[in-house]
Design a binder for this molecule. Structure first.
Ligand code: ATP
Length: 450
């Protein structure tokens, strides 16, 4: 096994195999936006489903929500985004390149010297990251509306609705997956930082005074989640926000960082947002956001919020990088060569099992198609009858398919098939009737070894 996941390799594999395409490519591409192809949407759906299961199904005290992207503009005044959601921007007067002032070397900033061409830089100015548009036919200040820059606010404005409709008691959480939009100054590194992306956020409402305990609890749970997904744990680390990094609402914040090909970068944030958001919504909406504790003499308080905020599309990039491998192999049925393999956890792989007839003739293709039909109900499947069997294995390896089932002449005689494992390339003979059960067991017991 070698560590060779460069961003170029990931980007080209993602395009070649239909994971991710550049948006509007035929027009030269749209910066900051990407399209998820047939494999990408399957992978994204599975990552979202794994998170959703983890955060809702496995917790009695967390419920889901799907709030609208367009929200009342006062929301963003209350949240502080209109005032504070800015990045420092500088432009080069000579080459017109644009930079985030906090991302260029300090000496360049001090000397006002462009890091690319040496030209003169403008003064730093604040740039609000929210996309602004108008609702209705009149384009005036009264019709301004924003595309949400985070999903969290949709949860806060519904917290009372959810307490009432679902009889939730503190501590409890609300989980949501959805699109968010940020007018990022610099988008690079493929889908790492984009203007349109998806978030998976969970807001946990707790009694003030218990917030630090819950904050630690959620840090532990989120760490354990990535471990369960089979992510390389030596590629994950914590980064605590220093005083100069803390957001205006946060009392404490830790990022889970992943070692991407371009270095350690934020994957998910766990934040203690205090009672900031609900207090501000009380102030701006005039609605009482206090929780009334009926089990405790109707004690009233504004809950503190512990937030876990992960990027879904950034998770997808992490899963691609984490799974990527190249190795030299000598396998039965193929010449010695290198293979590219995506070692996805089988529960995340876009295709779980591919059925391959050794030959198209002599009824093998019909039998293979029949087996695929049987497996379809329970697994996502593929069928491939073109080319040498070794080449077909390679194609499935590169797509991250954990299991291949090969139908050969022996299958016709004794109704057994070959089950081939992606990671070890090991092959075992399995009775056709036991195939589905065996696959289910293998998925459940999967542990990445390489
Ligand atoms: P950064 O410092 O990288 O701009 P942030 O600290 O502003 O990120 P949060 O507001 O905490 O990020 O967002 C939570 C999560 O949403 C991030 O951990 C990341 O996974 C994801 N995310 C944020 N901005 C983007 C983006 N522009 N593109 C893709 N994912 C993003």
């Amino acid at each position: 096994m070698t560590e060779i996941a460069t961003m170029d390799k990931i980007t080209s594999l993602a395009k070649r195999r239909g994971f991710v395409f550049q948006s509007s490519e035929i027009y030269g591409g749209q910066n900051g936006a990407w399209d998820y192809g047939p494999m990408g949407i399957e992978l994204k759906n599975r990552i979202a489903a794994a998170w959703w299961k983890e955060m809702t199904q496995l917790h009695d005290d967390i419920v889901g929500l799907d709030a609208a992207i367009l929200m009342h503009p006062r929301t963003w005044e209350a949240s502080g985004h209109v005032e504070n959601f800015t990045d420092p921007l500088v432009d080069c007067k000579k080459c017109n390149a644009r930079f985030r002032a906090d991302q260029i070397p300090e000496e360049n900033l001090a000397a006002k010297k462009c890091p690319e061409c040496g030209g003169e830089l403008t003064d730093t100015r604040k740039f609000n990251l929210m996309f602004k548009t108008h609702i209705g036919p009149a384009e005036d200040s009264a019709s301004i509306i924003y595309l949400r820059p985070e999903t969290a606010q949709g949860i806060y404005v519904n917290y009372k609705n959810i307490i009432q409709s679902n009889r939730m008691k503190i501590p409890f959480g609300i989980a949501q997956i959805g699109k968010a939009f940020r007018n990022e100054i610099v988008t690079k590194n493929f889908i790492f930082r984009t203007c349109e992306f998806e978030q998976m956020e969970m807001q946990f409402f707790v009694k003030p005074g218990t917030d630090e305990e819950w904050f630690n609890e959620w840090r532990n749970r989120r760490w354990a989640y990535y471990e369960k997904l089979g992510v390389k744990m030596d590629h994950l680390r914590w980064h605590q926000h220093g005083p100069d990094e803390l957001a205006h609402y946060a009392k404490d914040a830790y990022d889970i960082e992943y070692l991407f090909p371009m270095g350690w970068r934020e994957l998910e944030g766990v934040h203690n947002r205090t009672d900031y958001d609900l207090s501000r919504h009380t102030q701006y909406s005039g609605k009482d956001m206090q929780y009334i504790d009926q089990d405790n003499n109707n004690e009233r308080y504004i809950p503190y919020i512990i937030e876990t905020s992960a990027g879904l599309t950034r998770n997808l990039l992490m899963i691609l990088c984490d799974a990527y491998d190249e190795e030299q192999v000598a396998e039965k049925g193929s010449a010695d060569d290198w293979r590219t393999v995506l070692r996805f956890h089988p529960s995340l792989a876009p295709i779980t099992v591919a059925v391959l007839p050794l030959m198209k003739k002599d009824g093998l293709a019909e039998m293979a198609q029949d087996i695929r039909r049987e497996l379809k109900e329970d697994f996502s499947t593929d069928y491939d009858q073109g080319g040498a069997i070794g080449r077909r294995y390679r194609r499935q390896d590169e797509a991250g398919t954990p299991f291949c089932v090969t139908v050969d002449y022996q299958s016709k005689e004794d109704n057994t098939v070959t089950l081939r494992f992606r990671d070890s390339m090991e092959q075992v003979r399995v009775p056709r009737a036991e195939l589905a059960i065996r696959l289910r067991q293998e998925i459940k017991a999967y542990k990445r070894k390489v």
